[in-house]
Design a protein around this ligand. Structure first.
Ligand code: SF4
Length: 240
């Protein structure tokens, strides 16, 4: 019987991509945003379903089409526009503090200078902003028109990777990012973004936190959790 442990990480990730590739046929990709625009979007999107966070972002950018306008908005007004996302109050506060910090050094909100930074330097700069952790920082660098070669690991990615056997139960999002980037060093930014999208959709549709639909899963033949019967155990269902 083959399990994920029988294959190298690079082969595993390449195989996962090949199995999940059909998902991209059903995903509508939006044009990349500016780094600051993506930062705003990623900051309000965490732990929230995509349609809800997209609607919140659309409302925010309709009322405040320019970041300078958003900077001048009150936390209460921002909260009212993004109130459907999880932790909207915290996010509204973080958003305004982050925008203030950016505006203090870069009043035009042009973050294209991050392109010239090393990956770790760019991550550290973004993570110094209020409410910005590794996931939001990586999303800002990879999803925006900066096109950084970084992989964004969210809770769905961590769950699928842990069950499949790519990472251990205590691995962090940043550890998962580093594993994927190191293994797929010849990948483009788009390759990393597409892998993120495919695994996220897979986690939402099939590899659920509770009761994953393993019988319908294209990753089943090499999934460590299935073969070790750990699916649904506390260890593999504890992420949320
Ligand atoms: S086989 Fe089951 S646990 Fe493994 S990735 Fe697929 S849905 Fe998730």
């Amino acid at each position: 019987m083959q399990t994920a442990l029988d294959f190298g990480i690079r082969q595993d990730i390449g195989w996962i991509r090949a199995q999940l590739l059909p998902i991209l046929n059903f995903v509508r990709l939006l044009p990349p945003l500016s780094p600051a625009g993506q930062l705003v979007k990623s900051l309000i999107s965490s732990r929230t379903r995509d349609p809800v966070s997209q609607q919140a972002f659309d409302q925010l950018t309709t009322v405040y089409p320019k970041l300078l306008d958003l900077l001048a908005a009150s936390v209460e007004d921002i909260h009212d526009l993004i109130c459907e996302v999880r932790f909207a109050g915290d996010k509204a506060g973080h958003l305004q503090k982050a925008l203030r910090a950016i505006a203090a050094e870069h009043p035009d909100f042009d973050l294209s200078f991050l392109e010239r930074f090393s990956r770790n330097h760019a991550m550290a700069w973004l993570e110094s902003l209020d409410g910005v952790g590794p996931k939001v920082a990586a999303a800002t660098l990879n999803f925006s028109n900066l096109n950084a070669e970084l992989f964004v690991a969210d809770t769905h990615v961590l769950r699928v990777f842990e069950r499949f056997g790519i990472i251990g139960p205590k691995s962090t999002a940043w550890a998962a990012t580093e594993i994927v980037v190191a293994a797929m060093e010849d990948w483009t930014a788009e390759d990393f973004m597409n892998l993120h999208i495919m695994i996220k959709v897979h986690g939402q549709k099939i590899c659920h936190l509770h009761n994953p639909v393993c019988t319908a899963c294209p990753l089943r033949s090499r999934c460590k959790a299935v073969h070790s019967r750990h699916v649904g155990s506390p260890r593999t269902s504890s992420r949320h």
